[in-house]
Design a protein around this ligand. Sequence first.
Ligand code: GLU
Length: 604
Amino acid sequence: MSRLPLSTRPARSLRPCAAVLALGLTAGLLTAAPPVEAGPRTPPKVAVAEGTGGAVSTVDPDATAAGIEMLRRGGNAVDAAVAAAATLGVTEPYSAGIGGGGFLVHYEAATGEVHTLDGRETAPAAMRADTFAPDGQPIPFAEAVTSGLSVGVPGTVATWETALERWGSVSLRRAMTRATVVASRGFVVDETFRSQTESNAARFADFPATAELYLPDGELPRMGSRLRNPDLAATYRAIARDGSDALREGPVAADLLAAVQDPPLAEGSTRVARPGLLTAADLAAYEVVERAPTSVGYRGLEVYGMAPPSSGGTTVGEALNVLEQFDLAGMGTTQALHHYLEASGIAFADRGRYVGDPAAVDVPVGELLSDGFAAERACLIDPGSTLPRPIAPGSPDGVYAGCPSGTAVPEDDHEGLSTTHLTTADRWGNVVSYTLTIEQTGGSGIVVPDRGFLLNNELTDFSFTDTQGGDDPNLPGPGKRPRSSMAPTIVLRDGEPWLALGSPGGATIITTVLQTLVNRVDLDLTLPEAVAAPRASERNGASTQVEPGFATQDLAGLGHSFTTTAEIGAVAAVELRPDGTLQAVAEPVRRGGGSAMVVDPGDG
Ligand code: GLU
């Protein structure tokens, strides 16, 4: 049975008015609040779903349901991705939202092409290489996080708008409809949300607009209570009406700027919240960039990822190229994992030295992803022992021979562990893999007063000082985009989409995507097994982070050193199987478990 579509467009167009009535919603033109019982119901969380007609995987059942509803009503994978992302902006507000940015990878069935959108937050024109280290000394990291200074121009709404204009079949208004209902009706607070609020409570309490929303009556939100965000519903309506211009000019943009330029601290608060440098001109100038994807061949598959300023595509791709030099499937699990850890450490060394915003620095993407470079780097791996850390970066210069080693610098790894990822696929064979973030869990901690959304602290992804002995590609600069680790990925087999995945988790995003691919492709685990398996994250630091279930003993014997951490990453993935069925896979346990659904589960 073929799963190829006849067209990427739905056979019939949506009827927004009917949809509006069916949902009883107020987005756009209507102004009266909907009756509480009229909103959509939250489905139960399921980690694996199989069937046909389209699939969605996210961390959150309201978001997955929004995507599935869009698919059910004839929308395509892009429409569903925006519907799910807009809902995540409500229900996962500490991980992603309209105050942040992200990267979207899209497989277009009609053309067989993979496209990507760079909706990364961008530094203001006034930003300089020493903005985070004005006297040569970096300002305290925590102080930078909770500040206006770290807020980049948000790119999320512009990403949604561009994706819908390029490949979608519904309006932005339509795509945000259900999310607007969820914002005004509220979502049910779960353990993950409560504990994320708890770890942010001290700084949230310092900003009245944040406290009012997320610390109702000065308390942590109760588990099982309903958290409503009418201000965000109103902001979503403004966006439904004005598109991304709502964040470039006009009253919402003005409030955003005011909050960045003069962070709205509580009276009497002693917190240092440095003002930001954003101006109206910075907001007005924001552009989503359509970029060529990164692409590598791996064991007969084509792996597409996100190009710089994300390091996701080059780092996952380089590590896969290195691993392809070895027969992982035939060497036993301990050796396969040893090679996985070494390849990851090597690729991180090159990431640190070479990857930044391509508008500001020359990133040798082609050489980093070349087989010649991979062979030179693979040559360093010794099956009997672990390379000493830090591993030195290589020379992706087009001349490859032997096993050269350079001068190592310690890794600078301070990205947050927040973010969210979603994957959608439709009945026509279109696929979206989309990672979005506000950086730290809780972003800058600053909710724009009366607008209901948190501002990002993405500019803390820049290096604060040169970490590369004079060659740091990731120093701040005017209009520059900070290097990211986000790694939305789509894998083709025989020219057709086979697997799409991604994860949150700062720099552990890269290792989570890489390990899941190795698990699925080389170790022949099923996708649910590949996702559930205990993770290890090797990033060329002093030790490798591992989850408690990861077996370390044999690897320690080879010289690896480990530190245990409770959880690494949170994959959301879809596999398109040869029989035409779809398998949506979310986390069974991490982050409280994710939510996978298909449009038509059939009998299964
Ligand atoms: N800011 C990080 C990045 O762009 C993501 C933040 C996170 O995952 O916590 O890679």
